[in-house]
Write a protein that binds this ligand. Structure first.
Ligand SMILES: Cc1cc2nc3c(=O)[nH]c(=O)nc-3n(C[C@H](O)[C@H](O)[C@H](O)COP(=O)(O)OP(=O)(O)OC[C@H]3O[C@@H](n4cnc5c(N)ncnc54)[C@H](O)[C@@H]3O)c2cc1C
Length: 326
């Protein structure tokens, strides 16, 4: 592990000023469950590691005046999973938080770190491999070992978005507040993530000097239901091979409004708008869900070893839609 300096800002303004002024290569550390591995292996390097744990006001869950919820970036995953309002109003988000990693990792890991974690692609994680994400010329997964890679959205890089919280939050219409020395700005979480064709070396739109401050989830609508289904290779902790987050307004068994977001199948949380169009305004039945999955899969381009994920997409979608329609 290479040497680095540590900074411990105490306020968001101090953090923003530090990030604006420093000329060092900088890494933000929250719970450290992903970043420390990257620094140890040499996949990530930093001259300055900025510790977010002492920054006032970045942790905690608060109810907004409009009935929505604000979740600070430094809120621990365990606190999100145990929050009573999350359990009552956003059951899909609770399921996503509980499905994530292990109790130890949920204790240390934060919501901001979860949303900003780097991909698990084994070529990217191998310090000996100079893949495109690390400034090289090739994506070795494309013609190599690609059973864990993407069905949608890959162009020159075929990673999948690993976060469990991201699909659940995108399906809820969450917005993120980004801090910097220029002030705060708020954007939809869906627009926070960026495909490799935008910039293959990063997975989101954060620029130098910016950091994630909080996530805001809109108040639940009357009749709103949610579910998160995560399909994994192993029964114990694991990342999703495919996961489906579904948020829908259900009236008399009919899906009046619906948002479907998949994890593990694309470099970003992947919205299945064509499937939503098939399901919207109708009672959920197995043949209709099959039709919805087929509409979504018309855009899929499986690689040599990951065609099985098309079946997982259908299975996750069916379980999640049936759960909200029940
Ligand atoms: C064995 C293992 C299993 C795991 N399983 C899962 C799983 O099943 N599902 C899942 O979703 N994840 C999983 N993870 C990934 C991850 O460790 C956790 O999701 C955790 O929540 C990350 O949070 P952290 O606070 O530890 O992040 P850190 O490691 O501190 O940071 C992760 C990244 O986010 C950046 N970052 C952190 N906070 C901010 C911020 N506020 N603004 C901008 N950038 C920021 C850091 O610079 C770093 O690049 C797993 C990790 C391990 C090691």
């Amino acid at each position: 592990m290479r040497e680095f300096k540590i900074a411990e800002p105490k306020t968001a303004d101090e953090l923003a000023a530090l990030l604006a002024e420093t000329t060092e290569t900088t890494a933000l550390i929250a719970g450290g469950t992903d970043l420390i591995d990257e620094l140890k292996s040499g996949v990530a390097t930093a001259g300055l590691v900025v510790d977010l744990r002492g920054v006032a006001g970045l942790a905690g869950i608060t109810k907004e005046k409009d009935g929505g919820l604000r979740i600070g970036a430094m809120t621990r995953v365990v606190d999100l999973a145990g929050d009573v309002t999350v359990a009552k109003d956003y059951p899909g988000l609770k399921e996503a938080a509980l499905s994530l990693a292990t109790p130890q990792l949920r204790n240390a890991g934060t919501v901001g770190g979860n949303l900003c974690q780097r991909p698990r692609c084994w070529y990217y994680r191998d310090p000996e491999v100079a893949c495109r994400k690390k400034g090289g010329f090739n994506c070795f997964a494309y013609q190599g070992r690609n059973k864990y890679h993407c069905l949608f959205g890959g162009s020159g890089c075929f990673i999948v978005a690993p976060s469990d919280l991201a699909p659940a939050l995108v399906s809820l219409g969450a917005r993120v507040t980004i801090g910097s020395a220029k002030g705060d700005k708020t954007i939809p979480l869906e627009g926070f993530y960026a495909l490799p064709e935008i910039d293959v070396t990063r997975e989101n739109v954060l620029e130098k000097g910016q950091f994630l401050k909080s996530v805001a989830v809109p108040a639940p609508k009357p009749g709103q239901k949610g579910a998160y289904v995560k399909l994994k290779e192993r029964g114990t902790w694991d990342f999703a091979l495919a996961s489906a987050a579904v948020t829908a307004v259900v009236k008399g068994g009919t899906l009046e409004e619906i948002a479907i977001v998949m994890g593990g199948v694309a470099p970003v949380p992947w919205r299945l708008k064509k499937a939503e169009d098939v399901l919207r305004g109708k009672p959920a039945t197995e043949p209709l869900i099959r039709q919805a999955a087929d509409a979504a899969l018309a855009d899929a381009t499986p690689l040599r070893e990951n065609g099985y994920k098309t079946d997982l997409l259908y299975a996750a979608l069916k379980q999640a839609v049936m759960a909200v329609a029940a």
